[in-house]
Write a new protein. Sequence first.
Length: 234
Amino acid sequence: MARLLRSFRKTLTLNPQIHIQQQRLCISHPPIIISRRTYISEMRKEAFEGNISRLLRNEIQYEIQSSSSSKPPTNKFGSFMVDGRPGERWITLNRQFADENIKVEVTMFDGAAPAPKASGGVANSDEVQLHITLIVNIYKGDGGVLEIMCSAWPDSIEIKRLFVRAGKDTPAEPYAGPDFEELDDELQDGLYDFLDARGIDNKLATYLHQYMKHKDKTELIGWMEKVKSFIEKK
């Protein structure tokens, strides 16, 4: 018996390849517990992604159904042609007025303020009015550009600031003048009349709020569809 054990030990000593082959066998065939863990991890990942996909699908259906009764605004308002720029946070309005080219760049909703109190009543503290920013650019040939920054509330346009950019010679940080409210009252009224004559008035503010409500929902649905598509991608 002792001779048999000595012979077996000698065989292991003289043949190290046997030990190496055993190690390779263990590496190429890992314990089944690792495979089970990987399988469980994949199942959890698929369940998690499937839940996100389901939630997004429900949200998309809800938004589509809630907007089915609302009529989308037209891409024309008065003399302005409207470029909705799908997928972007801006839209652009363009028109010609006499010898002027007018371009208005408009944000989606970018702020809010408490709703004004109704006459004789108290406003609900939860009620707000949404804010839209307008950048009005009025071009007169080579005479530079008059740029007017405005706020559009649900039923009114409010001028904030204006200055002239003289083409290529405009400084990187031009003097933009005082705040509009610091100007003489008569001058303020004259500048509002100047914009009104060019179709930039309270009716335009109302139209833009209607347009942006529709765009906001359309962009939200598109965003959710892109996220859902990415999650479901194999």
